[in-house]
Design a protein around this ligand. Structure first.
Ligand code: NAP
Length: 248
């Protein structure tokens, strides 16, 4: 089992990409802590899916924009399971609008949930990893953080911020054998993209060399690779899972 004896925290794992990541890690033998903020039923469904596949998971509610809640999440992993090996900062939202019409709170909310939450969980999690001199951190970015998207100045800034954050942290913690990487998905069908107008969904295909949207499991596969024991020489990198949308 690829992740046997590993303890993992996945933020925002009540649905979508986070659920697929939680399932991928549990299928490899990790004990997975399924975090959510509001969607208790979704988080319970993630745990049920993992248990049905004979994996092990538990739920921990925490709004990870709050530092003390993030600290409690990490503390739960360490007190219940003795350590934290894998941290996937996946929680994220969009609040799309052109800049002239974007309410200030939509800027603040997106930056808090997509970027500050990663700071909070890493600040708490790195301490636990340093003690064991082992750790794998993956932050879920987006191609929007690389190429920018109109109507997403807030979202693109938060995801670009995650890249700089991850690279700085990768340098800080490398001596303790902790790696920090970003997985940057393109278009994936989840609740986040559900409300996009049909014409945007349709026209997006022209910009994707592989000619289709990705599946949450394909993002989870990339995360599984980066958090594996054998990926210990990869840090500070951005792995795009986008059908070739962004090639840089
Ligand atoms: P989703 O289905 O809407 O899931 C978002 C998850 O984040 C939910 O589990 C939600 O749980 C959680 N969450 C939101 N605020 C939270 C908070 N304050 N604390 C803890 N959890 C919180 O979206 P998704 O598409 O799977 O997105 C997952 C990640 O992939 C995000 O970072 C997103 O930016 C990124 N991404 C997605 C796409 C795409 O096309 N779908 C593309 C590029 C990047 P609650 O409802 O319980 O709060």
């Amino acid at each position: 089992m690829k992740f046997a004896d590993r303890v993992a925290v996945v933020t925002g794992a009540s649905r979508g990409i986070g659920r697929a990541i939680a399932e991928e890690l549990a299928a490899g033998g990790a004990v997975v802590i399924v975090n959510y903020a509001r969607d208790a039923d979704g988080a319970a469904a993630t745990v049920e899916a993992i248990e049905n596949a004979e994996g092990y998971a538990s739920v921990f509610q925490a709004d990870v924009t709050d530092l003390s809640a993030a600290e409690n999440l990490i503390k739960y992993a360490v007190t219940e399971h003795g350590k934290l090996d894998i941290l996937v900062n996946n929680a994220g939202i969009t609040r799309d609008q052109v800049i002239m019409l974007m309410p200030e709170e939509d800027w603040d909310d997106v930056l808090r949930i997509n970027l500050k939450s990663a700071f909070n969980c890493c600040k708490a999690g790195v301490r636990a990893m340093m003690r064991k001199r082992y750790g794998r951190i993956v932050n879920i970015g987006s191609v929007a953080g690389i190429s920018g998207n109109p109507g997403q100045t807030n979202y693109s800034a938060s995801k670009a911020g995650l890249i700089g954050f991850s690279r700085a942290l990768a340098r800080e913690v490398a001596s303790r054998k902790i790696t920090v990487n970003v997985v940057a998905p393109g278009f994936v069908p989840t609740a986040l993209t559900n409300d996009l107008p049909e014409e945007i969904k349709e026209s997006s295909l022209a910009g994707i060399p592989l000619g289709r949207w990705g599946d949450p499991t394909e993002v989870a596969t990339a995360v599984g690779f980066l958090v594996g024991e054998k990926a210990g020489y990869i840090t500070g990198q951005v792995l795009n899972v986008d059908g070739g949308m962004v090639m840089a």
